[in-house]
Design a protein around this ligand. Sequence first.
Ligand SMILES: O=C(O)CCC(=O)C(=O)O
Ligand SMILES: [Fe+2]
Length: 343
Amino acid sequence: MAAEALSNGAGHKSVPEAYVFPADKRPGSSPSCAGAIPVVDIDLGSDDPDRIVKQIMDAGREFDLNFLLSFSCLTALVINHGVPEPVIASMVASAEEFFRLPAEEKMALYSTDSKKLPHRLKLGIYPTEQFRQNWPDKPASLRAALEAYAPAVRAVALRILRLTAAGLGLAAAGYFEDGDELTAGPVIVNANHYRACPDPSLTMGLAPHCDPNVVTVLADNGVPGLQARRRGYGGGGGDGGWVDVAPVPGALVVNFGHQMELVSNGAMRAGEHRVVTDARAARTSVAAFFMPAMGCAVAAAPGTVAAGEKPLFRTFTYQEFMGAYTAVAGDRDAVMARFQNKD
Ligand SMILES: O=C(O)CCC(=O)C(=O)O
Ligand SMILES: [Fe+2]
């Protein structure tokens, strides 16, 4: 990335040079569109599970007119997910408080010798007993917020994964179940902070990417900025472009990551997203990443590959994938190309 994401530094009247993106990477250089982000209601108590599964599978439905195929590409708002609103609110408020701490206190939590203020706090949250001794003592509310949020957000992720496995026909084989290697990695939380920006057209809070993992569950402080990319027709995105993920109070955002696309042999694609800045308010988000164990061998699930066809992607370990992802700075097409099965 040529320019840094505008997430830290002192308040400015204009965008500092180091944060200005090249013209072809700025928010306005690719079309935006007015499509709607799907809302998925996962209240298992009040609905027929088959209907919820269908909702998930249809929510991100898009059509590739070039190849005449349909796939699902999911960035969705999830409601009735079972996480009490105060648990989410406390988590986000603690993250906001963290970023308001005096600079020296935040810097003390980082081992890098960077002179810049951190704009991302990265913490392990599960297995909690493995990580809680590393959680910061400040702000005072943070530990209690994490203790409540960690199991709750994990339960949501596992519920969504179970429903998705059912939609993909993989439930009987135990895909994504608690204990499956594909979700046995640590759960990591990134708390992100994006300052208000004097000119959002010049910079990006976070450059376009798909998350590398299986699924990410995200909460935010209600300040907009997250956008999801639609590439094909349908999916509420017209003929493609960036769609605002307008925050909905109490809802969580779900993004499927690269591993979901690879395991489902492209039936459920990773949701590409980016964050633009806001002229008036700072956005804070808390993203929980669910991932395979590093040594996990990832391959298309047998049921997702048609008889006589080769899987779209070769088998690899999650560790190998992470190496490739880091090497191309998260560029979606570049990383997927590295794992494509050659004919
Ligand atoms: O801040 C957001 O809304 C998105 C964060 C994100 O995409 C990430 O941490 O991977
Ligand atoms: Fe992301």
